[in-house]
Design a protein around this ligand. Structure first.
Ligand code: HAM
Length: 418
């Protein structure tokens, strides 16, 4: 039998109901903050990601699904959305309209990582980007919005870490100091020995405990920050405090993508094990120019939806739609029920029935399995009097109701009017 590719999985009902609900909550919060949806292709030119995420990042160096198309052009399944959103904004000239562009996109991303709990090769992000402003108020607002989404879906045990990565000038100074420090010590892992030459910031992100121990006295980004970057960061922290968002400063937070400038942040959540980052983001003021566009400061984040779903408390669930099941006895009743079924649906009521001639008992257990709130029992005897039996599954209580009034009576039950 053919199976799904390693690291990719099927998401099935009823789990899909929970996914839709989380997406709906995110969409509501995005609406509140003025974000609009973009729907983007899953494949882009490889160059887009290589240029924006950075050639020495893990993502570009070893995790991209890259392949030639039939003409020989190099294409890549998107490993993230930020570079794409900027590409789409520039290509569609969204940057020419006055004011900020607040955009979000929800969908699958692809990274060829070693699959493990919370880490997939196809995973899903709820991603937002605010393009066109450098104000620290926007940074705070974006973080507030992220925490609002996570809070609304019921996540409680989470830790927000923030840092400022400075502007390119601060980073240049810092990288030079860091490089000297890294060269002054021996014992780095193979990756870090390479990184200290090509991209020293990445060493700060190394997962090896040994490298982390060696980094103990490494210089801090904070110490290399210019006045403007320090003031920007100070204002972000002040606003997070004002809005009582619990956070901790992590001066070593660098993130796994090279485009970040100034504010960077991550949210770790309990219950995820080693892969505990449920969301991450930051400012990327230079990305538009990197891609050949005009100056366009921007900030955004992505929530890892697979990880979020894994740790959502069980009580965090979409409100279940009340369902009605039509149980029938006899051919005339079965035929009449087909009309009733469509009448109920036309009233906006979820309704189902059995088409396979099951016994009444089997229909009742099917109704139970489907989670029906109400069952309408329709037999030839009821048909003679234009009546049906309405049974509430939770209590087992039953009553006779007139067939023609059924849709209205049920609608009233379900909307709580009776
Ligand atoms: P990222 O930190 O690479 O950032 O990914 C964001 C989130 O996606 C992570 O915190 C994690 O929850 C989830 N994630 C990443 N890789 C995997 C995986 N293999 N399996 C499951 N979940 C995963 C970005 O992608 C940036 N584009 C975020 C951003 C938006 N920055 C600015 N705007």
């Amino acid at each position: 039998m053919i199976k799904a590719i390693r690291g990719m999985r099927d998401i099935l009902p009823p789990e899909t109901g929970r996914w839709q609900w989380v997406e709906q909550v995110a969409r509501e919060v995005f609406d509140l903050y003025g974000y609009q949806e973009l729907r983007l292709p899953l494949i882009e030119r490889t160059e887009l990601f290589a240029r924006s995420i950075g050639p020495d990042t893990d993502i570009v160096a070893k995790e991209m699904y890259t392949f030639p198309d039939r003409r020989g052009d190099s294409l890549t399944l998107r490993p993230e959305a930020t570079a794409q959103v900027v590409r789409a904004a520039l290509e569609n000239r969204l940057d020419r309209a006055p004011g900020m562009k607040k955009l979000y996109t929800i969908g699958p991303m692809f990274r060829y990582e070693r699959p493990q709990k919370g880490r997939y090769r196809q995973f899903h992000q709820i991603n937002c980007e605010a393009l066109g402003a450098d104000a620290p108020e926007l940074d705070a607002e974006v973080i507030l919005m992220l925490m609002e989404i996570l809070g609304r879906v019921g996540l409680t045990q989470m830790r927000l870490s923030v840092n400022s990565l400075g502007c390119p000038e601060c980073q240049q100074d810092f990288k030079a100091r860091l490089k000297l420090f890294l060269q002054s010590k021996e014992g780095w892992c193979d990756d870090c020995r390479h990184r200290r030459e090509t991209n020293p910031l990445r060493v700060l992100d190394c997962k090896s405990a040994h490298c982390q121990a060696l980094l103990k006295d490494a210089p801090m980004l904070k110490d290399c920050q210019c006045e403007a970057c320090a003031a920007h960061y100070g204002r972000v922290l002040e606003l997070l405090n004002r809005f009582r968002v619990p956070f901790e400063e992590n001066p070593r937070l660098v993130r796994g993508l090279d485009y970040y400038t100034r504010t960077a942040f991550e949210v770790a959540a309990a219950g995820l094990g080693a892969q505990d980052a449920v969301a991450g983001g930051g400012r990327y003021n230079g990305l538009s120019q990197e891609l050949g566009g005009p100056e366009m400061p921007a900030i955004g984040f992505a929530i890892g939806q697979d990880r979020l779903m894994e740790i959502l408390p069980p009580e965090a669930a979409p409100p279940g739609l009340a369902k009605t099941f039509l149980a029938v006895l006899g051919d005339a009743a079965r035929d009449r029920a087909l009309t009733l079924l469509q009448d109920l649906r036309a009233k906006g009521l979820a309704a189902e029935m059995d088409f396979e001639g099951r016994s009444l008992k089997a229909q009742m257990s099917l109704a139970d399995r489907l989670g029906a709130t109400y069952v309408i029992i329709l037999g030839d005897r009821e048909m003679e009097t234009d009546q049906a039996v309405l049974r509430r599954m939770a209590t087992g209580g039953q009553e006779q109701v007139a067939l023609k009034e059924l849709p209205v009576i049920l609608a009233n039950f379900i909307t709580g009017k009776i």
